[in-house]
Design a protein around this ligand. Structure first.
Ligand code: G3H
Length: 478
């Protein structure tokens, strides 16, 4: 079947022997837009075998040469920004401008990673023995960082390119090989991104991209004995993976229910702007989206009005028109969001707008007076629906934030830096933003979640370190 995109292994584009494909449904038209190969377990075996072989010689390739190839891939990626962004628009309904931004950000990430890699992998440590009790200066210890082997990268649908390269580039600069399993929605954008790495001239087998059904190859990949590290971004599946995986380093970025605490002395225009941007950009489909606003009662009426004025200005429609709010990724996702909205309705939340849905397109919705017995107070909609909970004390806000099983990011709006610092310390999240909405970037900042939000820390430097192991050589003097 000629219109099924091929998967990438051994430096070539291949058809699967399964003869089957996985359809990619355009979230806007809800029709099949692309098809990708449904790879078999046998094909996964072959891919991992060649990744193992390619990694051995890649680890011996000088660091500056590895960096050079990454810089080349970054430049090619940027040259290809238009067609890749076009895929993102069709596969995941990302607004056209944001889709281009994702690709450009990805090119920058790859370059930065190459630069950071040559710096941090270019130096080791030298230790002497006589600092530890009972030792003379008879041992010299040299440390360096060595690669792990084969890294399995599984990015999510919301950043199929950026969250793929945030795993691929650190793995490669550190001397690992890469097996990429892209999300189904976004798989063609990912294949096109891999094509850029292909054009840069990386050795055969070093990078592979395997597509297919999670039910067929998902567990097979994550439990494969040939995999030495898994870097995953997504939802609950990550918890299942971490339970089943072997004794290998895992990097997991899972869900979030990022809270925004607004104090009485906050700049309310700034808070409203960030709540709208944080809550509704890419229709709320970001793990770092503002997912609950915890607002002091005394300013709640004023703030909610400011938020509503901005919500009214959001454009709603197809991603091709670069609308602010676009269709959510799948019908089941839209149904899930609707379930949360209906639950809030039944339990008496104040609807600041009328609930409106057409197909996968859900109009932005602010729910005021949400209470803890409503599902939306705790669950992440991953859609353009934002609950406001009115609080009567800062402690109440912190308590709500910490009662969540998630702990990705959070934010606080206040003009009092001392209060902000105390609240940051009290919030059990991986990051707290002061006077801005949660965000992962800039991409070299550490990025991590507590509790069910994940394990390990990302960001360029942390990812490079995580994808290496310390190796020591000890010189023993006579
Ligand atoms: O969806 C999860 C992403 O890691 C969030 O990244 O803050 O750049 O949107 P972002």
């Amino acid at each position: 079947d000629g219109d099924v995109f091929k998967y990438y292994s051994q430096g070539q584009w291949n058809k699967s022997s399964s003869g089957k494909f996985v359809p990619i449904i355009n979230p806007t038209s809800r029709k099949t837009h692309f098809k990708v190969q449904a790879c078999t377990q046998e094909e996964v075996n072959r891919i991992i075998e060649s990744a193992k072989i390619a990694q051995k010689s890649w680890a011996k390739t000088p660091l500056w040469k590895r960096a050079e190839l990454l810089h080349k891939a970054a430049a090619i990626l940027k040259e290809h920004k238009a067609p890749i962004a076009e895929c993102l628009v069709k596969e995941i309904a990302k607004p056209a401008k944001d889709a281009v931004t994702e690709v450009v950000r990805s090119g920058d990430l790859v370059s930065y990673c190459a630069e950071e890699g040559v710096r941090i992998l270019g130096e080791g440590k030298f230790l002497v023995s006589d600092s530890f009790p009972g030792n003379e200066r008879t041992k010299y210890c040299l440390t360096s960082k060595i690669p792990l082997g084969v890294v399995l990268a599984i990015p999510p649908f919301n950043y199929p390119v950026n969250l793929a390269v945030s795993k691929i580039a650190p793995a490669l600069i550190a001397g690992n090989s890469i097996v990429l399993k892209p999300p189904t929605q976004g798989a063609v954008a990912a294949l096109h991104m891999v094509h850029c790495f292909h054009l840069a001239g990386f050795p055969e087998g070093l990078i592979s991209c395997v597509t297919g059904k999670g039910s067929e190859i998902g567990d097979f990949l994550t439990m494969h004995p040939g995999v030495n590290c898994i870097s995953f971004t997504g939802g609950d599946t990550g918890i299942a993976i971490s339970k089943k995986a072997a004794m290998i380093p895992l990097q997991m970025e899972l869900g979030g229910k990022d809270a925004c605490i607004v104090l009485e002395d906050a700049d309310l225009d700034l808070a409203a702007a960030n709540i709208v941007k944080g809550g509704f950009s890419y229709s709320g489909q970001r793990c770092t989206a503002v997912k609950v606003a915890l607002v002091m009662e005394s300013i709640a009426n004023t703030l909610v009005k400011k938020i509503n004025d901005k919500v009214a200005k959001l454009t709603v429609g197809p991603p091709e028109n670069d609308c602010d709010v676009t269709p959510v990724v799948t019908e089941s996702s839209a149904n899930f969001i609707e379930g949360l909205v209906m639950d809030a309705k039944k339990k008496g939340a104040t609807f600041c707008q009328e609930y409106k849905r057409e197909g996968n397109l859900i109009w932005p919705l602010l729910l005021d007076n949400v209470r803890p017995d409503m599902r939306i107070a705790w669950e992440e909609p991953f859609g353009p629906v934002l609950p406001v909970i009115r609080i009567s004390s800062v402690e109440e806000g912190i308590h709500h934030c910490n009662a969540s099983n998630f702990g990705l990011q959070g934010c606080v709006f206040t003009r009092d830096i001392n209060k902000a610092m105390l609240i940051s310390d009290a919030m059990e999240t991986g990051t707290v933003q002061i006077n801005s909405a949660p965000a992962r970037g800039p991409d070299h900042f550490p990025f991590q979640g507590l509790k069910d939000s994940g394990i390990g820390s990302q960001g360029i430097t942390n990812s490079i370190n995580m994808m290496t192991k310390v190796k020591t050589t000890v010189i023993n003097l006579p």
